[in-house]
Design a protein around this ligand. Structure first.
Ligand code: GLN
Length: 304
């Protein structure tokens, strides 16, 4: 497969001019991003990789971080996690509070904010320094020791993250949060502020395309069963109330973030990351979704 040729075709065919969405502004710091940014990176199982555009430029990975914290939590508590978080698509926006009341504080899945905040609670409870441990985890699976939190993005979200604070309080009232609210949201806002580029993200997600093992060393990071679960959740819940549309258009397990990044994998084959900060109304990268649709169409390879 000539991945570079396919990427060049996508780069030539698509432009930010073709999409009408808006850059996220509810986190003020994210509104400063140049809407013209567009990059893509493919990392293959034979360690070859291919890219175009702004693929080496860092951006705020936002909800893509929920995959990393889910992986860390499954390493700590395995299947017991499912007593506290469900595994069903929500069909609701990522920051919705509505289902929690009648579902007794059990979030629908780990990739909506409610589920990610329960996971933050677990990591804050179980780890001495969760922020450092998350950094260690992503630095290890990318091999990039320079990955950091973007303190300005974390502070900007902290200043405006009323819904997330409400979610933790609400879930705590319903009995599914153990720790204090402040350290949970502090950890959550930091995880969302992780600054990474398409190259780092494609590399990191190779563990989900490679049954939980690091490609270069063969080191086992996650059990194959854990990877099966995480990939299933990315397929069914990775794009909030647009998970069906992403499966329909692209046909890969993946995860998006309101910074405009999307990462998707093809098991045993490759991982692909794309970044364009212009979001559609569901909060997913509009150009990113289109680029990935072209990618699985031009390669003729998806999981379906
Ligand atoms: N930090 C964002 C929030 O909690 C993440 C949302 C997202 O990327 N979908 O609102």
């Amino acid at each position: 497969m000539d991945y570079q040729k396919i990427l060049n075709t996508i780069h030539e065919e698509m432009s930010y001019r073709d999409v009408k969405g808006k850059v996220a502004s509810y986190i003020p710091e994210l509104a400063k991003i140049d809407r013209k940014k567009f990059g893509m990176h493919v990392y293959c199982g034979d360690q070859q990789h291919f890219s175009f555009g702004d693929s080496n430029e860092n951006f705020s990975i936002q909800s893509i971080s929920k995959v990393f914290t889910l992986a860390m939590t499954m390493r700590i508590m395995g299947e017991d996690l499912w007593d506290r978080v469900d595994v069903e698509p929500s069909g609701d926006p990522f920051n919705s509070l509505t289902q929690l009341e009648y579902e007794h504080g059990i979030p629908r899945n780990p990739f909506i904010n409610a589920g990610a905040l329960v996971i933050s609670d677990i990591l804050v409870d179980q780890l001495h320094d969760p922020k450092q441990e998350l950094l260690n985890f992503v630095r290890k699976i990318t091999g990039d020791p320079n990955i950091h939190y973007d303190k300005r993005v974390a502070a900007s979200e902290k200043a405006t993250g009323y819904r997330n604070v409400a979610l933790v309080n609400y879930i705590k009232a319903l009995g599914n949060i153990k720790c204090d609210v402040e350290p949970i949201v502090d950890f959550y806002f930091h995880q969302c502020s992780l600054a990474m580029n398409c190259k780092d993200l494609a590399k990191a997600f190779m563990i989900f395309a490679n049954k939980g093992r690091m490609l270069e060393t063969g080191e086992k990071i996650l059990k194959p069963k854990t990877v099966k679960r995480i990939n299933a959740l990315m397929q069914t819940c990775g794009f909030y109330d647009e998970a069906g549309e992403f499966s329909f258009q692209v046909g890969l397990p993946g995860k998006s973030g309101v910074g405009g990044g999307i990462v998707a994998i093809h098991p045993n084959n490759y991982s692909v990351a794309v970044w364009s900060p212009i979001l559609n109304e569901k909060g997913n990268s509009e150009l990113g979704m289109k680029a990935l649709e072209r990618f699985t169409t031009l390669t003729g390879v998806s999981v379906f």
